[in-house]
Structure formats: C-alpha cells, structure tokens
Design a protein around this ligand. Structure first.
Ligand SMILES: NC(=O)c1ccc[n+]([C@@H]2O[C@H](COP(=O)([O-])OP(=O)(O)OC[C@H]3O[C@@H](n4cnc5c(N)ncnc54)[C@H](OP(=O)(O)O)[C@@H]3O)[C@@H](O)[C@H]2O)c1
Length: 352
C-alpha cells in the first residue's frame, strides 16, 4: 500500500512542464500547476482544445466562479487523493460557461457552429473550452452571456435543493447564507415556488436580499435564527454553522433541512472534511429516527433544469445577482475574492 502511494505520488504529473514545446495553436487559459492559495493560479498560453466526437468547442464569452473552483486549488489530503497526489492532474479551472459554438464533433446532433449556448464544462476560464453536448443548452436570446454563465452550478444547486426539500406554496422557508452565488438564486426560486422566504445574511446585505424578494430578513450579526420562536417547513442551509439540535429546534415537526454547503462557509482543509463527514453521518442517522429530515445532495447537471432556469430569467422571474465582473487575466484576483467567503451573488469572468 505504502509503495503504491509512493509511486502514485512521484508519478502524478501535469502538463505544466517548463521545458514543454510552445503550443502550436495557442490560446489564453487560466491554470493551476500546484496546490495552494489562489496565488498559484496563472494566465498561460496553452494548446487550443480540439473537440472529441461527442464534444462541442465553445468560444467562451463568459464564465462564472463557484466555491468548487476554490476547493480544487486548496491543498488538502482529500483533494490530493482525488485530483493528483503531488500535483493536480487536470490544471484547468472553471465549470460554468456561456459562449458561441465554434466547432462540433461528428456525433453531435443538437448544436451547430454559431449557436449561443451555456452549461458546464472543464476549463471554462479560457478563450475556448470543450464541453459534452449533454452539458449544454441554448442560451435564450434576451439573456446575456454573463447572466447565462452565472446560472449553471449555483442555479442548479438552489433549484435541486429546494425541490429535494419538496417546497410547497405557502410554506415558510429559511435560506441560511442567502447572499452568495447559491443563496441569491435560492431566495428567488423559493419565492417563485410561492414560499414565504426568510433570508439570513450580514448587515451589509440586508437591502440586497430584500431587493430579490425575501419577505423577512435576519441579520446574523445581530440575531441567531436558531434562537427564535419561528418554525420553518424548509431550511436551505448554505452555511451549516449551527448544530443539528439547534436547527431541529426551528424546524416544524415534519420539516426538512437541506444541507447544500456541508463544509461550512469559510471552513478550510481537514476541518471542512471532518465537518462534511460528521454532517453526512448525523444527517442520515437523524433522518432515520425522527420525522424531521436532513437531506444532503450533490448537484447534478440537468438540461431540463437549466432550460427552466434560463426561462425564468427570460420571463423576468429570476435575476442573477452579479456582483463583480473580471477579465480573464484578472481571474486570480477574482478567485482570491471568492475565497474570502463573502461574495454577494456571482463573480463572473469575461473572455476579454
Ligand atoms: N451540494 C452541492 O452539490 C453544492 C453545489 C454547489 C455549492 N455547494 C455549496 O454551497 C455553499 C454556498 O456556495 P456559494 O457558491 O453560494 O458560496 P459563496 O458565493 O462563497 O457564498 C458565501 C455566502 O455565505 C455567507 N455567509 C458567510 N458566513 C455566514 C454566516 N455565518 N451566516 C450566514 N451566511 C454566511 C456570505 O454572506 P455574508 O457576506 O453576508 O456573510 C456569502 O454571501 C458552499 O459551501 C458550496 O460548497 C454545494
């Protein structure tokens, strides 16, 4: 076993070899050659990707950042086990993409050059990226590339989590961490389901959550929502900074707490992993023995859900909150900002 770990460690490598030949068909891309802080992220010239038979080559017009991009860079033993022991195997960054189709593989049937699309891929922080046709949908004409790029991971996380929570019109729903990428979508989607929404955020964001439709606001710097007499049918928890007992106290007898952010905002490395493992175990155990449920989930790519989110924007029922837009060359700065854990809505990167 230890020999295997030793071999895996020394053989894990990536394409950041300093002596490598210059790319023949270069493009600009953000990549990380080693683990660390967002300071390890660099703008580089790399080979322009070529789509496989099932892929679409996109000229990236906008991409957006997610907590996942920051987790990938971070140096943690779990990250090394999954993404490469010595160095990250895949040096690309960015999942959420919006852009124009430049070329398609021979098995692609639903996209053609010139189409404007959005969805998920590997390496969205670049001038070009390849994506599976299954991960892309058409961008509604009235939705900007920046808005479309802000949607995929955060929008799907909010939609799928609230749906797992079986949200119903008229229910009382609390969104903890209401002003980040996921939270700003969750507040609006919960409202579109007809729920009465309470948003938990810090003082500087009170006006923001009101402007996106929250019925009630709890400023967590002044008030702890788990100490109030109010009960909620659904708690959508992006932060997970309260104990299970505290959250059960404010759930209705058959209420459900959806655990979106199990690692906890601002929690790093092995502490985050301990939290996730503890949360998983306790959530399962409690949900088996009580009527109050704790649901954990992984966001799934779903074309149908993405189309629904795009339609909601087109109809004016969903407004992506884009706090900051950075150029591709400024992506390291954007990642540093997201890493602070207090972004307001989404951070978007534009191609130029
Ligand atoms: N389950 C999945 O598959 C899945 C998928 C995507 C994301 N996630 C998780 O979902 C979580 C949220 O992601 P995100 O993209 O929205 O992150 P984000 O954009 O970085 O948002 C962080 C937000 O947390 C708020 N916050 C920090 N401390 C808080 C506290 N004590 N109480 C209430 N709010 C607090 C901040 O608001 P203030 O500035 O007001 O403090 C900030 O707006 C992350 O943990 C992420 O890993 C899970």
């Amino acid at each position: 076993m230890s020999l295997w770990i030793f071999i895996a460690y020394w053989t894990s490598t990536n394409d950041c070899n300093r002596n490598a030949a210059a790319p023949t068909n270069p493009m600009k891309a953000i990549r990380y050659c080693e683990y660390g802080s967002p300071d390890v992220v660099k703008l580089d010239h790399v080979e322009k990707p070529v789509p496989t038979d099932n892929q679409v080559l996109i000229q990236v017009r906008a991409a957006s950042l997610n907590a996942l991009d920051v987790y990938l860079i971070r140096d943690s033993w779990l990250g090394r086990l999954i993404f490469g022991l010595r160095k990250p195997r895949d040096t690309r960054l960015g999942r959420d993409v919006a852009g124009q189709v430049e070329a398609v593989g021979k098995n692609v049937t639903q996209c053609k050059p010139g189409d404007e699309v959005f969805g998920t891929c590997r390496g969205a922080l670049a001038e070009y990226a390849c994506a599976s046709e299954r991960s892309l949908v058409m961008k509604p004409p009235s939705v900007s590339f920046e808005q479309a790029a802000s949607l995929p991971l955060a929008g799907l996380t909010a939609l799928q989590g609230l749906r797992d929570g079986k949200i119903q019109p008229g229910q009382k729903v609390l969104i903890n961490g209401a002003t980040g990428g996921v939270g700003t979508f969750a507040v609006q989607i919960a409202k579109s389901f007809g729920a009465e929404v309470t948003a938990v955020c810090s003082t500087r964001n009170v006006d923001l959550v009101r402007s996106i439709g929250a019925d009630h606001v709890i400023d967590y710097t002044i008030e702890d929502f788990t100490k109030s007499d109010q009960r909620y049918d659904v708690i959508f928890d992006n932060v997970c900074n309260h104990s299970f007992t505290e959250r059960r106290r404010v759930l209705t007898p058959k209420g459900i707490c959806v655990l979106a952010g199990m690692g906890g905002a601002g929690v790093r490395g092995s502490e985050a992993i301990k939290r996730i493992a503890g949360n998983l175990f306790t959530a399962r155990a409690l949900s088996s023995f009580t009527d109050q449920k704790f649901a954990q989930y992984m966001t799934k790519m779903s074309k149908q859900d993405l189309i629904m989110l795009g339609d909601l924007i087109q109809k004016g029922k969903l407004r992506p909150v884009i706090e900051r837009t950075y150029k591709l060359s400024e992506a390291p700065e954007a990642l540093r900002y997201l890493n602070e854990g207090h972004a307001r809505g989404k951070v978007v990167i534009t191609a130029n």
